[in-house]
Design a protein around this ligand. Structure first.
Ligand code: CA
Length: 272
């Protein structure tokens, strides 16, 4: 009720946060892409900027309450150059990185198609992770490369939290887990070497095993070698596990299923 009441006041006129007294917007970046002009603005504090897409004298798309960046805003940018077709349909695209501010969180990537119409193709929520857009396999369609922060703060501090790498591809409609994430399965020797390394890790948890243990399990799962993750868990548990391993695994699986990439991770591993 409160939300809709506020909307009646603010959604009809200029939103309160952008009124001159509250948050003065300063022009930041302007670039022309075909018939469109992209304009971004900095707010008084980080995370209070805005962007607009103009066609002629009309604003077609506007968003605010974020820090909006395109590749021109950065040297060595992780984003494609404005207007570059990254989806393979021949139409220009624009990737806008949205940063909401705060100590860590949060990055989002808005992918726009700027053809006859402006279309929002997808919005990737990176959470604590930034993403890089790059054509990894040379097919002309850009992959989005980042990390999954589903396990941030899980059973440990932020710095010790594993964040497995993800590679997303555009499937014509949205960004989904790419087969490029597949890694060759480690040999028995490699698994044993990893076991030695992880057993020596000083890191602690209430489960006895260090965060690097489930970090490596995630690395195996995110490389399509999930069945070896359970094997590795047995191995490390025999050395350092505390309490019931099945309880740990059930909590771990529950957290894993929270991942925004869970469906793709399941098919990568042939799990149902
Ligand atoms: Ca395109």
């Amino acid at each position: 009720l409160i939300a809709s009441a506020l909307c009646l006041i603010n959604c009809t006129g200029k939103p309160e946060t952008t009124s001159p007294q509250r948050n003065k917007l300063r022009p930041k970046t302007e670039v022309k892409i075909g018939p469109y002009t992209y304009r971004s603005y900095s707010g008084e504090t980080l995370g209070q900027g805005a962007f607009e897409i103009w066609r002629g004298d009309k604003v077609i798309l506007r968003e605010e309450d974020g820090d909006y960046n395109i590749s021109l805003d950065r040297k060595d940018s992780n984003l494609p150059e404005p207007g570059k077709d990254i989806t393979g349909d021949g139409l220009p695209d624009l990737v806008i990185e949205v940063y909401s501010g705060g100590a860590h969180c949060c990055f989002e990537y808005l992918i726009l198609s700027l053809g006859e119409e402006v279309k929002k193709l997808d919005r990737i929520s990176g959470g604590n992770s930034s993403f890089e857009f790059k054509d990894l396999n040379g097919d002309g369609i850009y992959e989005a490369i980042g990390n999954d922060d589903t396990f941030a703060y899980w059973e440990t501090s932020y710095v010790e939290s594993p964040m497995p790498g993800v590679i997303l591809k555009f499937d014509g409609k949205k960004y989904v887990v790419s087969d490029l994430m597949r890694r060759p399965a480690p040999s028995d020797e490699q698994l044993v070497a990893k076991l030695e390394e992880v057993s020596r890790d000083q890191g602690e948890s209430r489960w006895g095993i260090p965060p690097s243990a489930w970090g490596y399990m995630l690395e195996l799962i995110y490389g399509g070698n999930g069945d070896l993750a359970w094997k590795f868990c047995d191995m490390i548990w025999a050395k350092r596990g505390k309490g019931n391993r099945e309880d740990f695994l059930s909590e771990f699986r529950k957290q894993l299923a929270e991942s925004p990439y869970w469906d793709g991770i399941k098919s990568l591993n042939g799990w149902r």
